[in-house]
Ligand binder design. Structure first.
Ligand code: NAG
Ligand code: NAG
Ligand code: NAG
Ligand code: NAG
Ligand code: NAG
Ligand code: NAG
Ligand code: NAG
Ligand code: NAG
Ligand code: NAG
Ligand code: NAG
Ligand code: NAG
Ligand code: NAG
Length: 756
């Protein structure tokens, strides 16, 4: 991750930490009572045990192993991270395990859709249920702490790990984070909000400085973490950084996180992201992971070194008490002191998949975004023949788990690569699902699963009623090099010359439908306007049920309702920011100079037409929006300090002040979900983006049916961050507009919010 430089951290922010009366969360209060009682029984040497990881994996390093060669099963006998047991308070230790999409490095687990695909459902219920199912699996394996959800924003379209998270908008990401944390923790597993903060690119993540202005930090990057606090998240992982390292950054850890946001759980370092003892402890780090200073070094920044720091007075005993209390409080908060299973990740461990496959398939179908459907070519009715073309329709011949941490792109792409992965129990290839589904419609399937054999592709595509062309784009964690890609993508092109494959097939088949499995946006302009490219399906990163989720949409068993969680541009240069690939001998500077204007906020502001805008997706039916009414008001010029908002000292700041109601009708011929979206337009004097997402829903309607939909907006939703006063503030000038629509650009209804 990256260091954060704070341009405008002022007195008010510092003040807001004083006292830091936390959220009036009775659950946390009760957990603290237990933790404090337990701490009272511990010696200093025992307390520092709690603050220090013990690595079962001495060679594991994210920073120091630039090209990974570790094979699968490396972690199979121990957890990604561990905290040791303490006998005399009956604390059995804690097992921490990757990843944000399933239990990593084991078997008998599910491979869930990635964060970016559940985000594309725009469906809070599915976000929550995915969290619940993952929580069941982590608990079933005896894991105390799931190292997820990931909530860094897709500031950069080529960002290597953005697929682990919920896309390019803070509000959508905040809902993804909130529901995921609630779901995971509902099963007694501690969730980890990560990475705090501004780890938006992989390149040079350990030696870069993310320079973010104070307003942008509050309005964009902090928001998903605020939502995580509101879901009582147990832990937070701080990121990699240089110089002013993120895991010893007082302003972000003590200021934002524990001060403004009122975080009461524990902060762990990312692996090897701790760089000091006293500074880290005094500035807000609670646990160092995986424990040692360098892999296998046998010494730690914490552990006995921390006890010595207390002895010599560079760290106060009270700080160590606080660190230990936070760790135990989170453990009590989740009820992990009662009947928690012991870790069992090795072979022969329990099968924890339950019936999660059907939920995964539902999420896959709901997270599939239909972007183009000329002449209603979809859903397929009963084509006589379908060509299935491209490596991405098939299987990796060596098996879906052949490459360490999924570090290859061979066969259908169900997830990116790196630590944010899990083993597949199986992986449904599109070719197999399509072949089976075709039997019900007596459709002949003609495959050509090579990306490079364009002649074979043309032969397969000639004369079939439909040609499905599969293309991919992959990325992942820094330190793995996959097809010349080291984490972040080098460009936004389809991999394996996918554009050539599409164009070749389109030259011979007038019903070419392109299916994209990808970590983020790709540029489709080489062929999207080709008259023979009749369809485009964005299949995301669907995990184990890839082919099944797809056929549900292809044959219309599920009426598509996925919406883009990011913008697809016509040109890569249309995006406001790109990965900084520069080499720096000191710290790589990453200025977030686009400020508030990331993704669609930039396209709207600069009046750049995207290929497909944020929030867009087609359905097999149509919806009519009518009858908007706005009730309630906010007080012009009212303001609230950051702690009141973040730590919810004043709960009313998050309660409904304004309701926006309208009628939604399915006026087409097929039942389906619509995803109505609410965007706010602030007074122009605030220099906010033209449209800012502040609400969405997922509404199922049969043909003819209509329903009243209501969006509630809180004072916080309608405020901006005033850097001078260091307050959240409702504008005192002008009006706040609301737009209800079917995407960030498909505006259907307009209203005004009264400022009193
Ligand atoms: C912030 O607001 C809360 C709630 O109104 C109040 O309790 C707290 O004292 C305020 N903090 C500062 C620093 O003004
Ligand atoms: C807990 O155990 C440790 C080591 O076994 C001992 O030093 C410590 O005094 C014990 N604490 C209590 C309160 O019994
Ligand atoms: C603390 O120690 C006392 C005395 O040994 C014991 O009764 C109590 O259960 C311990 N508390 C915890 C939380 O372990
Ligand atoms: C940042 O980290 C890099 C790589 O570890 C190191 O070479 C460089 O000296 C560091 N720079 C600063 C300012 O800490
Ligand atoms: C750390 O941050 C807190 C909260 O903002 C502040 O009260 C404290 O003075 C800061 N400490 C240092 C050493 O800057
Ligand atoms: C320890 O606590 C005292 C009293 O609150 C404070 O004055 C001192 O600055 C603290 N020392 C450190 C190293 O944090
Ligand atoms: C094949 O398709 C049938 C009918 O659609 C379905 O019931 C069955 O589960 C499918 N089999 C597999 C292996 O997907
Ligand atoms: C498929 O073919 C079989 C045998 O010719 C026929 O009985 C069946 O009705 C056909 N199904 C469809 C959906 O056309
Ligand atoms: C579209 O496909 C047809 C075959 O169905 C082919 O004859 C035609 O040349 C294609 N059009 C273009 C522009 O490639
Ligand atoms: C493709 O061409 C065939 C033959 O001319 C025609 O029947 C069919 O409707 C065309 N399909 C599309 C999707 O245009
Ligand atoms: C359904 O509503 C949309 C949006 O108002 C409208 O454009 C379309 O014509 C309507 N369709 C029918 C069949 O009434
Ligand atoms: C979310 O998805 C589920 C499953 O498709 C569906 O039943 C539900 O209507 C959707 N919307 C909401 C708000 O849950």
């Amino acid at each position: 991750m990256a260091r954060v430089s704070l341009f405008s951290l002022t007195f008010a922010t510092l003040l807001s930490f004083v006292g830091a009366q936390r959220a009036a969360s009775t659950e946390w209060d009760a957990a603290y009572v237990k933790a404090e009682a337990a701490i009272a029984n511990l010696s200093l040497s025992e307390k520092v045990i709690l603050t220090t990881g013990v690595s079962g994996n001495p060679l594991y390093s994210t920073l120091f192993m630039p090209i990974r060669t570790i094979g699968e099963g490396y972690f199979s006998s121990s957890c990604t991270g561990n905290i040791a047991s303490i006998g005399n308070i009956s604390f059995p230790g804690i097992c921490l395990q990757d990843s944000a999409l399933g239990v990593k490095s084991t078997q008998g687990n599910s491979a869930f859709p990635a964060g970016i695909t559940v985000a594309a459902t725009w469906n809070r219920t599915l976000m929550y249920l995915r969290g619940v199912a993952m929580g069941e699996e982590f608990r079933g394996k005896g894991v105390n702490v799931q190292l997820g959800p990931y909530m860094n924003l897709m500031r950069l379209p080529a960002s290597g790990r953005a697929w682990e998270g919920f896309g390019a908008d803070p509000y959508l990401s905040g809902e993804g984070a909130y529901q995921s944390v609630l779901g995971i923790q509902s099963r007694g597993v501690q969730a980890v909000a990560k990475h705090f903060i501004n780890n938006e690119q992989e390149r040079s993540r350990a030696s870069s400085s993310s320079n973010v202005d104070d307003r942008t930090e509050h309005e964009l990057y902090l928001h998903p973490f605020l939502r995580s606090m509101q879901a009582n998240v147990a832990a937070v992982m701080c990121s990699y950084i240089n110089n002013s390292y993120a895991c010893e950054n007082n302003a972000t850890l003590n200021g934002y996180l524990k001060g403004e946001l009122g975080f009461r759980g524990w902060v762990m370092s990312d692996w090897y992201a701790t760089h000091s003892t006293a500074d880290a402890a005094n500035h807000g780090l609670d646990v160092t992971m995986p424990g040692d200073v360098l892999p296998g070094s046998g010494i730690s920044w914490f552990g006995e070194t921390l006890a010595i720091a207390v002895d010599v007075g560079t760290v106060n005993q009270s700080r160590v008490d606080d660190m230990a209390t936070r760790i135990l409080a989170a453990w009590y908060l989740l009820g992990q002191d009662q009947d928690y299973p012991t870790p069992n990740l090795g072979s022969g461990g329990p099968d924890v998949q339950g019936d999660h496959a059907s939920l995964i398939r539902t999420i896959d179908a709901a997270g599939t975004v239909l972007l183009k459907n000329d002449k209603g070519v979809l859903p397929l009715t009963a084509p006589r023949s379908i060509a299935v073309i491209g490596n991405g329709a098939g299987s990796n011949p060596s098996g879906p788990n052949a490459c360490a941490d999924r570090s290859c792109d061979d066969g259908v792409l169900g997830m990116g690569w790196g630590s944010g992965t899990a083993n597949y129990p199986y992986l449904i290839a599109p070719i197999d699902a399509i072949t089976n589904r075709s039997q019900t419609t007596n459709t002949t399937v003609v495959p050509s699963l090579s990306d490079s054999d364009l002649n074979a592709a043309a032969t397969a595509g000639t004369g079939t009623d439909v040609a499905l062309v599969f293309i991919t784009a992959d990325s992942g964690e820094f330190g793995y090099i996959v097809e010349w890609t080291d984490g972040d993508r080098n460009n936004l092109n389809a991999w394996h010359n996918g554009d050539d494959l599409v164009q070749k097939v389109a030259s011979v088949n007038n019903n070419t439908i392109v299916i994209v499995n990808t970590v983020g946006p790709i540029i489709v302009d080489a062929w999207i306007d080709h008259p023979n490219v009749t369809g485009l399906i964005w299949s995301g990163l669907p995990g184990q049920e890839a082919g099944n989720g797809l056929i549900d949409v292809l044959w219309g068993d599920y009426n598509p309702s996925g919406r883009l969680p990011y913008t697809i541009a016509k040109n890569q240069s249309d995006y406001p920011a790109q990965v900084n690939f520069n080499i720096s001998l000191t710290t790589l500077q990453i200025p977030y100079s686009e400020g508030l204007f990331i993704d669609y906020r930039h396209f709207d502001q600069a009046n750049i037409e995207p290929r497909y805008e944020f929030g867009f997706g087609l359905s097999y039916t149509t919806f009519d929006y009518s009858g908007i009414s706005v009730s309630g008001s906010v007080t012009s010029g009212s303001n609230y300090n950051a702690t009141a908002v973040g730590a919810s000292l004043d709960a009313s700041l998050h309660e409904s002040a304004v309701s926006v109601t309208f009628t939604l009708q399915n006026n087409g011929t097929v039942a389906g979900h619509e995803i109505p979206q609410l965007y706010v337009t602030f007074p122009s004097s605030l220099n906010e983006p033209p449209y800012v997402l502040k609400g969405f829903d997922s509404v199922f309607l049969v043909p003819g049916q209509f329903e009243q939909v209501t969006f509630n907006l809180s004072p916080y939703d309608l405020s901006y961050w005033n850097v001078e006063t260091q307050m959240w503030e409702v504008s005192s000038a002008g009006e706040i507009g609301v737009t209800i629509g079917a995407s960030s650009r498909d505006h259907r209804l307009f209203g005004q919010i009264t400022l009193q």
